[in-house]
Design a protein around this ligand. Structure first.
Ligand code: GRF
Length: 209
């Protein structure tokens, strides 16, 4: 039953790991940097994801949908879709979610799924580029500037329309871990809440474009 007033943006956040991007959203909703928004469910494909602890501490409903609990990929995908549908979200946020969404989910939530990627797309993205690997490749290439991107999710891998980006300097002596932390602190944890706030305030249109 929809108990929210119409003007509240209902978020479902999908996570797989530590949940620092989820925490940035939780904190931004709490301190008002994100307006008129409520996280209605946090969904993880990992039962032990620390992101689920963060959600529970914030009093947010959680749902773990683990691949090993389902006989095949199709059944797992159906369970993920059901976990989303039950929450009736206006917006789905992939915050370090490492599962490729099924075409059915992407079509059903077309234009209402956003993802945070830890590079300036189209650099260092696509198949296999996630987590530390992204920063390892940026350092290997020798780029002087990297950053993060928020984009709409389409049926490709990191190929949907770009919404917001923020650049971060690469410093001499950076390791992948140091660079990852700087990109999170200076870019990811800023542009993901900022994008959600703009969507909540109607400044960015979502849905079937
Ligand atoms: C972040 O680097 C994010 O950009 C990438 O996966 C990592 C997730 O971190 N998609 P966290 O779970 O939000 O801490």
């Amino acid at each position: 039953m929809n108990t929210q007033p119409d003007d509240i943006l209902k978020l479902a956040v999908m996570v797989s790991g530590g949940g620092t991007n989820l925490q940035a959203i939780i904190d931004s909703v709490a301190d008002g940097r994100i307006h008129d928004t409520r996280i209605v469910r946090v969904i993880s494909n990992k039962k032990d994801a620390y992101a689920l602890e963060r959600a529970k501490k914030a009093g947010i409903e959680t749902k773990a949908v683990a691949r090993t609990d389902y006989k095949d990929r199709e059944e797992f995908d159906r369970a993920l879709l059901a976990a989303l549908d039950e929450a009736k979200p206006d917006l789905v946020v992939l915050a370090g979610f490492l599962v490729v969404l099924s075409k059915e989910i992407i079509r059903k939530y077309k234009g209402r799924i956003i993802n945070i990627h830890p590079s300036l797309i189209p650099s260092f993205c696509g198949e296999g580029y996630y987590g530390l690997k992204v920063h390892e490749e940026a350092l290997k290439r020798g780029v002087k500037v990297t950053g993060a991107t928020v984009h709409f999710v389409d049926e490709g891998c990191d190929t949907g329309p770009i919404i917001m980006q923020k650049a971060v300097n690469v410093e001499p002596g950076d390791t992948p871990e140091i660079l990852q932390k700087r990109v999170m602190e200076q870019a990811e944890w800023k542009i993901l809440p900022e994008t959600i706030d703009l969507i909540a305030r109607g400044c960015i249109k979502t849905g079937d474009a």
